[in-house]
Design a protein around this ligand. Sequence first.
Ligand code: BT5
Length: 265
Amino acid sequence: MLTAQHPTADEISRRLHTVRFGRVIHVLDVVASTNDVAKQLAEAGAEEGTAVIAREQVAGRGRRDRRWVSPRGGLWASMVLRPPLPAEAWPLLGCALALAACDAIDAATGLRTGVKWPNDVMIRSRKLGGVLVEGTPEFAVGGVGINANIPEGAFDQALAQAATSLQIVTGHPVDLNTLAAGLLGAIERSYAQWQADKTSIVEEWRRRSVVLGQLVRVIGATAFDGVVEGLDETGALLVRTAEGLQVVRAGEVSIRLTEPERPRE
Ligand code: BT5
């Protein structure tokens, strides 16, 4: 179906209920990374809420320059942000964008998605999307990737174990224009909430978190195990260990088995 596979600026605009986000929108076919395009627009003075959506990225990236696989059928979007809060507050902004992605996906599909710290969008223990916030003191770019209409087999073997898509989970494609408009609406709400009431973002994170209360292995500056107690208002993860409460500002977490391993008989 054409509309499901090919987002267009007109079709997204027709479905949009926002005041600012996506009111200026650039829908491109193939780009290296929508974050790079949004950065260039921001440097040229683009207003907050300007959105860049691409049908395919050939150099999509995650945190620390990791590769982000971005074939056609996905929703690859970046927004120009001019946050009134300093860069120390941006990790929670990343969480707010991931929560917005969850809201948009759930509204479009009826699924119940979760978040895995820091910014992964999860369904059934697999990664469905991710968020990358980058920027300068003058502006930030919020990039959101959602594996929407990506068929089984499009991910390479390594990724197939850990990643999934809306199409794989629901068995049918989602309308990318509706999903994109919903995402812009959810981001507008979440971005305002992040500025006005950080506690509400933390509370929403607790409702959606797949790691809260879990025994996890944290891999950051050092590696250790502990139980996730929550998130602070900067977006740092709070992990209880035998040595006390650890405040994790950057890194990865993976869930450990909570059942003690039984010796083989
Ligand atoms: C992320 O990084 O999850 C952030 C992804 C942000 C992508 C958006 S798309 C629009 C904008 N433009 C960009 O260039 N980026 C943003 P991180 O947490 O570092 O996760 C990266 C890891 O996820 C990789 O090392 C892979 O293991 C895995 N991965 C790569 N592509 C994936 C995909 N399509 N779905 C699920 N997992 C993927």
